[in-house]
Design a protein around this ligand. Structure first.
Ligand SMILES: [Zn+2]
Length: 92
């Protein structure tokens, strides 16, 4: 059996990906993920809060998809933003 090392340092039996019956890749197939990332990298959007551009692959904090991990990042960002605003008020 072949083994592969995961990012967390653990090992698991190597998965052999094959296309599904309708000719598509499985969602966790590295080839599929690469194609998906390439597509998302090409989609460039403008964020009016940042006044800057972001891609779907690396969205700014205002445009993260909703999930638990992103929720934490958002909360952290807004906390820092509020802190900055408070400090600015004190300076004024
Ligand atoms: Zn933004």
């Amino acid at each position: 059996m072949e083994w592969e090392k995961l990012p967390n340092g653990k090992w698991r039996p190597k998965k052999h990906f094959k296309k599904t019956a309708d000719g598509k890749y499985e969602w966790d197939d590295p080839r599929y993920m690469k194609i998906r990332d390439e597509k998302m990298k090409k989609i460039v959007l403008f964020c009016e809060y940042c006044r800057d551009y972001y891609t779907l692959l690396e969205p700014c904090v205002h445009h993260l998809p909703d999930n638990y991990r992103n929720q934490k990042i958002k909360e952290e960002a807004y906390k820092q933003l509020r802190y900055k605003q408070i400090r600015n008020q004190e300076i004024d």
